[in-house]
Write a protein that binds this ligand. Structure first.
Ligand SMILES: [Zn+2]
Ligand SMILES: [Zn+2]
Length: 153
């Protein structure tokens, strides 16, 4: 999906919500997200925007992220005690996450069998899935290596 298509979805959503207007700041947030690959947090996005010369407040970034989540353009994840992470919900294949509790790294993986299993579960419960992502918390390869060298030393 390109920026324009995403903007249209946001604008429709804002209209359906009544009083909300689409401001240049909100569109700047959306634009930045369209260009982002992978996961990001609100703080990082905010600093990226202001370093590009966008006039925007942190509060606007946060509430725009809520709006984008509301209209399904982005997904929000709570990864344990880490800050909320977001990612584009369009133009990306269905994937799952391995989250390292040491360094906060997020690894993505895709697995057809897992997707099929989820479909089976939903069908058997007569449940219509909207979105899903499996989250596995643990220690990444890099961190477990560091840990074992520390132990040896
Ligand atoms: Zn790690
Ligand atoms: Zn992801």
């Amino acid at each position: 999906m390109n920026s324009e298509a995403a903007q249209e979805i946001l604008q429709k959503y804002l209209k359906s919500q009544g009083k909300l207007r689409s401001t240049p700041a909100r569109m700047a947030v959306l634009d930045a997200i369209v260009q982002t690959q992978g996961h990001f947090d609100a703080e990082g996005l905010y600093y990226r925007l202001i370093s590009n010369g966008t006039r925007i407040s942190k509060a606007t970034v946060y509430n725009t992220l809520d709006l984008l989540q509301g209209c399904g353009l982005i997904s929000k994840y709570r990864f344990a005690e880490l800050s909320s992470r977001y990612e584009k919900a369009f133009g990306r294949p269905h994937h799952h996450h391995l989250i390292c509790l040491q360094c906060g790294d997020i690894l993505e993986f895709m697995n057809e069998r897992l997707n099929r299993l989820q479909e089976e579960v939903c069908t058997s419960k007569d449940f219509t899935p909207h979105s899903s992502s499996l989250q596995i918390f643990g220690t990444c390869a890099k961190c477990s290596k560091t840990r074992s060298t520390e132990r040896k030393a």
